[in-house]
Design a protein around this ligand. Structure first.
Ligand code: NDP
Ligand code: 2IT
Length: 446
């Protein structure tokens, strides 16, 4: 890195000593912005790099609720409003015991560039809580969501900040959050995305992240004359992103042979049966280990990271950050991997990313390859403003077009800034430039 950007990274590290995930995300972005800093002294002079690594606002709040046994529970809630240069803050809410300020800041920071890449007017933000939804009753989930929104509502709004789902937050949770917002504010507005279809949700939002990921992978493969056809695909996770990645990868001709959850993975050489996965995960909400009791010939193994030992040509990590380490990357390459695209946010550890790129593997970074979810969230906001709903085919068509554009703009930025083929650099640069120019135009007090 240049002296200037290294000095900035040192300052960010000193200022945020207990935030490893945020420092990992910021370090990767700043490293790839070096050629931009060299070419754009105006951005350096206006302190754009220094400002973009500092959230505009971060809110931390108590969320108290009563469990089914009558006991009072206390969780911590977060909303980090990172950057509003190109639109209202936009990004998901995560409910998982691992949620900390560092995790929310890393996700909010990534969201700035991802949202910019979609071409839609959305700033970057993220939120969540260390609440663990596992094993909670429907009533407990509802009371938690209502308490969480009772505080969050004063910080968000359709023109201010529009949250959505992420790990642990799907249609059920968005419904409870929306109901509480409406009750408290006495207004029916598109303050959240991922809403139910009967109250302002968009068709294809549920499918959007997984579908978009496969559209992006299709573009990566097409650039080297390849496709999904006949390829074995390994998808980690079995949540929203993983399920619809499976559906589209299969439609495009791939064969998904393994999926996982946080406890372990299944290997099904005949192809993972998506109907069974959806029944287990979307309906019964049970462990993936149950799959082997329903499908003959499938195997279950404890330990989620073991999934990367299954041979495949295409890998789609769709679970969580840092789930794929250097050893796993080496195993994948040894077993014939040709391409990997991130459905999750930052699932591949930095040394694994470097190894894959140096080994000639096509690599799609999450902020580009998983942008389909927030892109359709942007389209949901658009439909809410119009008070109209588009058909599934219309939304899916826009999604496909947006993913093609993200691939093209990332590839073009990589080539223009001296890193042809490097989509990590390309996505960071293309996403950054639009936000940076908006910050420059809007003056320093931003
Ligand atoms: P879900 O909650 O629907 O599913 C998460 C999946 O990942 C589950 O299978 C879960 O297993 C697994 N998982 C979660 N945490 C861990 C962990 N610490 N170790 C191993 N496995 C884990 O979430 P989503 O599918 O929505 O999100 C998955 C990833 O995609 C996240 O990184 C998210 O930020 C990202 N993403 C999501 C978008 C969306 O629209 N939903 C958009 C763009 C990115 P278990 O059930 O056992 O916990
Ligand atoms: O990481 C992400 O892009 C999301 N969880 C989706 C955010 C959104 O606002 O739809």
């Amino acid at each position: 890195m240049s002296t200037y950007l290294q000095g900035l990274m040192d300052a960010v590290t000193a200022k945020n000593p207990h935030e490893p995930e945020f420092l990992q995300a910021a370090g990767e972005v700043l490293a790839s912005l070096e050629p931009v800093a060299a070419k754009r002294q105006d951005l350096v002079d206006a302190g754009v790099f220094d400002r973009i690594v500092e959230p505009e606002r971060a809110v931390i709040f108590r969320v108290s609720w009563v469990d089914d046994s009558g006991k009072v529970q206390v969780n911590r809630g977060f909303r980090v409003q990172f950057n509003s240069a190109i639109g209202p803050y936009k990004g998901g809410l995560r409910l998982h015991p691992s949620v900390t300020l560092s995790v929310v800041k890393f996700l909010g920071f990534e969201q700035i560039f991802k949202n910019s890449l979609t071409g839609l007017p959305m700033g970057g933000g993220k939120g969540g809580s260390d609440f663990d939804p596992k094993g909670k009753s429907d009533g407990e989930i509802m009371r938690f969501c209502q308490s969480f929104m009772t505080e969050l509502q004063r910080h968000i709004g359709q023109f201010t900040d529009v949250p959505a789902g992420d790990i642990g937050v799907g249609g059920r949770e968005i419904g409870y959050l929306f109901g509480q917002y409406k009750r408290l504010r006495n207004e029916f507005t598109g303050v959240l995305t991922g809403k139910g279809l009967s109250f302002g949700g968009s068709l294809a939002r549920t499918e959007a992240t997984g579908y978009g990921l496969c559209y992006f992978m299709r573009e990566m493969l097409a650039a080297v004359g390849k496709s999904f056809k006949g390829q074995h695909v390994v998808i980690s996770g079995s949540g929203n992103v993983a399920i619809y990645a499976h559906q589209k990868a299969t439609q495009l001709g791939g064969k998904v042979v393994a999926m996982s959850d946080s406890a372990g993975y299944i290997y099904d050489p005949r192809g993972v049966d998506l109907d069974v996965i959806q029944q287990l995960k979307e309906v019964e909400r049970v462990r993936i280990s149950e799959y082997v009791n329903r499908v003959r010939g499938a195997e279950y193994h404890e330990g989620s990271a073991g999934i990367w030992s299954i041979p495949c040509q295409i890998a789609l990590p769709c679970a969580t950050q840092n789930e794929l380490d250097l050893e796993s990357a080496k195993t994948l390459v040894k077993n014939g991997l040709i391409a990997l695209a991130e459905g999750a946010n930052m699932p591949t550890q930095p040394d694994a990313v470097e190894y894959l790129q140096q080994s000639g593997i096509l690599f799609g970074p999450g902020k580009a390859s998983n942008a389909g979810g927030v892109a359709v969230s942007g389209l949901e906001m658009c439909q809410n403003s119009l008070r109209r709903s588009w058909s599934f085919e219309e939304v899916d068509g826009y999604l496909d077009e947006i993913m093609r554009d993200i691939y093209a703009s990332s590839a073009a930025a990589a080539a223009e800034y001296g890193a042809p083929g490097n989509l990590v650099a390309g996505a960071n640069i293309a996403g950054f430039l639009k936000v940076a120019d908006a910050m420059l135009a809007q003056g320093i007090a931003y």
